[in-house]
Design a protein around this ligand. Structure first.
Ligand code: GDP
Length: 451
């Protein structure tokens, strides 16, 4: 998502490159392009208007800078304004002084609430909390069961009205307000420090749904009410968000389905029109496809400045600690980075999940999006096959791999010699990068992968 917005904005800024001074006409043209790009990305009109007015005003008032050229100054302004409309600072969950912290989820049917309940509980568990899930969506057939499945996958218990009884029966008899109240009491009794209450949605905003959500809110006095919204619904997002803001007075927003080809306007509008921050982003159907939303990092991603911090965090979460310690020691001892290390790191990268998703967070990704789209994850398999066809001595001392050895390795791994050459070249680059980082104290473990 945000791909086309990102492409459009970076293309606009490219036109400013090399200009020593910006005339008013340059600024007008740039602001016009930004306006079109935002509108095409489905950002709500009032948000676009305020955004472009702020950019224009600041651009006209620019002083000559020693450090940045005018194009860079504009990028900086747009970046700051983007961070602003995304909600400013990263907003974390406010934990209750007296546990349990009560988190209520609200939103339309299909927004991704039940999925989010599983993701959020898993994430909280990973942070050392002991969450309890409460199933109050007694409307949608099977919602209770779906929450139970998500709970099982996350390793988090689920409080449901009638466990094991068919959902039709629950829908007919359950009172969601009572279930919510009992669920929170149950969490307190069983010493869970966080309780996540999943509620029912409807296909559209209606009075009965809103009343039910408001009644649940009143019954359990949640510390956080998260409004869950599907980023794919485009312009409708704003009206839905306004209705829920009025109806349940939510405290934060969760954007789901950011992995789809949504144009991203919802993300850029909802926080701005409701004044409530985006707190989490959901990026897939898996329980791990979920992240804390950082407005500054998202803005950097949109402006193709990369999102190195998220990359590092994801790396830390999936990194094999022993392997990382081994690499750190190698650094400290200034040992050589070998092909075996290269292979071990490839495997680490594979553990981090989709290679593509990761590479998309690198600065400059917008320029190589097409190559990335075509990136074949099986590339890692080929790399593995090639390295495995080398002798232990060759892996330790790649310099000895001459023409005939290359041909043998290619035959052994079923690839063309050019692929062996390519791999060795990339390895040499990675080795150089490792040396540089070892002396500069950078992050260990990011070999220079090419597509
Ligand atoms: P609810 O009605 O609000 O509880 O919505 P669900 O949690 O049942 O989600 C509706 C559908 O959207 C399900 O098929 C989910 O697998 C899917 N879904 C939820 N979150 C995401 C996401 O971030 N990305 C994608 N691609 N699908 C999602």
């Amino acid at each position: 998502m945000f791909n086309s917005l990102s492409d459009r904005l970076t293309a606009t800024f490219k036109n400013l490159r090399g200009k020593g001074r910006l005339t008013e006409a340059d600024i007008d043209a740039t602001v016009r392009e930004i306006r079109r790009a935002l509108l095409d990305a489905d950002v709500a009109v009032p948000v676009v208007r305020a955004f472009t007015a702020a950019v224009k005003e600041r651009a006209l008032g620019l002083e000559v800078s020693q450090a940045l050229n005018p194009g860079q100054q504009i990028v900086k302004i747009v970046n700051e304004e983007l961070v602003g409309i995304l909600g400013g600072e990263t907003r974390r969950i406010r934990l209750a002084k007296n546990p349990p912290t009560v988190i209520m989820l609200a939103g339309l049917q299909g927004a991704g609430k039940t999925t989010l309940a599983g993701k959020l509980s898993k994430w909280l568990k990973g942070q050392g909390h002991s969450p309890l899930l409460v199933a109050c969506d007694l409307q949608r057939p099977n919602a209770v069961r779906q929450l139970q499945v998500n709970g099982e996958r996350a390793g988090v218990p689920v409080y449901a009205p009638h466990p094991g009884v068919s959902s039709e029966f629950e829908a007919a008899t359950g009172d969601p307000v009572a279930v919510a109240r009992q669920g929170v009491a149950e969490a307190r009794a069983r010493l869970h420090d966080v309780v996540i209450v999943d509620t029912a949605g409807r296909l559209g905003v209606d009075a009965e749904l809103m009343q039910q959500a408001a009644d649940i809110r009143a019954a359990i006095s949640p510390d956080e009410v998260l409004f869950v919204i599907d980023a794919m619904i485009g312009q409708d997002a704003v009206n839905t968000a306004l209705a829920f803001n009025e109806g349940v007075d939510f405290t934060g927003v969760v954007l789901t389905k950011l992995d789809g080809d949504a144009r991203g306007g919802a993300a850029l509008s909802v926080a701005s029109v409701t004044g409530k921050p985006v707190m989490f982003a959901s990026t897939g159907e898996g329980l791990g496809d979920f992240e804390l939303f950082h407005p500054d990092r998202m803005a950097s991603r949109i402006l193709d400045m990369g999102d190195i911090l998220t990359l590092i965090e994801q790396a830390e979460q999936s990194w094999d600690k022993d392997e990382a310690a081994r690499m750190a020691k190698k650094f400290a001892d200034q040992e050589d980075f070998t092909l075996d290390d290269f292979l071990a790191q490839m495997q680490q990268i594979r553990n981090m999940g989709s290679m593509k998703k990761m590479l998309m967070m690198m600065p400059g990704a917008a320029n190589m999006r097409e190559q990335l789209e075509n990136f074949d994850e099986r590339e890692i398999d080929r790399v593995e096959a090639i390295v495995r066809s080398m002798t232990p001595h060759e892996r330790l001392a790649p310099k000895i791999i001459n023409g005939s050895r290359r041909a043998r390795i290619a035959r052994g791994s079923g690839v063309h010699v050019s692929e062996v050459n390519g791999l060795l070249e990339r390895f040499t680059q990675a080795q150089k990068m490792m040396k540089k980082m070892a002396s500069g104290g950078g992050i260990p473990g990011m070999p220079g992968m090419a597509g």
